[in-house]
Design a binder for this molecule. Structure first.
Ligand code: TYM
Length: 333
């Protein structure tokens, strides 16, 4: 069945292995299927929900697009663009905001995590950000949305908002109800320093994550220093319970090689971590270093990247512009 795919990544720098294994790797695979229509968005409007440096933001937008292409997304076959170029996203978000009860947003756990203790000081944008995400998805009639586990709740909200709009304005099927595509075992890559914490751009320790711009030496060093425990690698998955750091490294290895965790355990069960770590570092650098080399090369060609983003925006505008017009007619404008 052909799928309409939409997904986004924030241009906030430090794209890491979690973004790659949880989302971008899936973007690439879906984009290769001729049946699928894929739209991948650099969500710069989402990025400004927290303070950004103007020049850094500009660079990060290009770098995110470059990482998409370097990872294997073909800009001739898939649409790559940045969100702020297509007005419909913000307009749609406002309309959907007026329809979304505050109670629904109050449940969003990511806001609570990101706003922290001082939520009075968090921006209103950060609070309503899941509605902008709903607008992104619904404007393109996306049927499937590849994301990591941390975005699951936002997808559920998107579905609720779509149902509410369709019902309230008696326009059944106007908004398609999108399905999340979450890679079952690899949707939550954890910090290399703490197996209970998600690998994240904002972790102050660079040793907690593999960045998609890391060199081979960086990768080897970070994997060598990654936290493990003193027991050998088990033979069975159930023995990984209460060993989050061990489980995380074994999952990363399995994900990179597209194999099951069981297969990895068959390979390494009974062995110690030092041997496993050197193999993990090797396969990680063989996968990540070409992406980081290609990203660096692409970043130096600003003209090329700007052209891709501009062409992408014009194609996106065609789709989203039509949908927002219909949306406005439906609500009585
Ligand atoms: P963002 O930019 O935080 O992350 C981009 C993608 O990477 C996934 N991800 C992870 N997956 C596994 N393990 C991790 N440690 C990890 N960290 C991040 C995220 O789940 C995400 O898929 N709100 C979104 C961007 C967005 C969007 C959209 C996504 C805006 N509009 C519409 C889909 C559809 C975000 O902040 O992702």
């Amino acid at each position: 069945m052909s799928k309409k795919i939409f997904s986004g990544v924030q241009p906030t720098g430090n794209l890491h292995l979690g973004n790659y294994l949880g989302a971008i790797k899936n973007f690439v695979e879906l984009g290769k299927d001729k049946e699928n229509e894929c739209i991948y968005c650099v969500v710069d409007l989402h990025a400004i929900t927290v303070k950004q440096d103007k020049d850094q933001l500009k660079n990060n937008i290009r770098e995110t697009a470059a990482t998409f292409i370097a990872s294997g997304i073909d800009p001739n076959k898939n649409i790559i663009f940045n969100q702020s170029k297509v007005y419909a996203h913000a307009e749609g978000s406002w309309i959907l905001s007026c329809l979304s009860p505050m109670g629904w947003l109050n449940r969003m756990t990511q806001f609570k995590e990101k706003a922290g203790k001082d939520k009075e000081k968090a921006s209103v944008g950060l609070y309503i950000y899941p509605i902008l995400m709903a607008s992104d998805i619904l404007l393109y009639d996306a049927t499937h949305v590849p994301v990591g586990e941390d975005q699951k709740q936002h997808l559920e909200l998107t579905r609720d908002i779509a149902h509410k709009f369709n019902k309230e304005f008696a326009c059944e099927d106007f908004f398609k109800i999108p399905e999340p595509l979450i890679k079952k075992n690899f949707s939550r890559i954890m910090s290399l320093k703490d197996g209970l914490k998600k690998m994240s751009k904002s972790d102050p320790s660079d040793l907690s994550r593999i960045n998609l711009t890391d060199s081979e030496d960086d990768i080897i060093n970070k994997i060598r220093k990654a936290k493990t425990d003193s027991s050998p690698i088990p033979n069975e998955e159930r023995e990984l319970k209460d060993r989050p750091e061990a489980e995380n490294l074994l999952r990363i290895y399995s994900s990179i090689l597209n194999q099951t965790l069981n297969k990895t355990l068959d390979e390494f069960g009974g062995k110690n971590f030092s041997e496993f770590k050197s193999q993990l570092a090797e396969i990680l650098s063989s996968k990540i270093s070409p992406i980081s080399d290609e990203t660096r090369k692409l970043i130096s060609d600003k003209e090329y990247l700007d052209k891709i983003l501009l062409e992408g925006a014009s194609k996106a505008e065609e789709i989203a512009g039509k949908k927002i017009k219909e949306m406005k007619q439906i609500i009585g404008f």
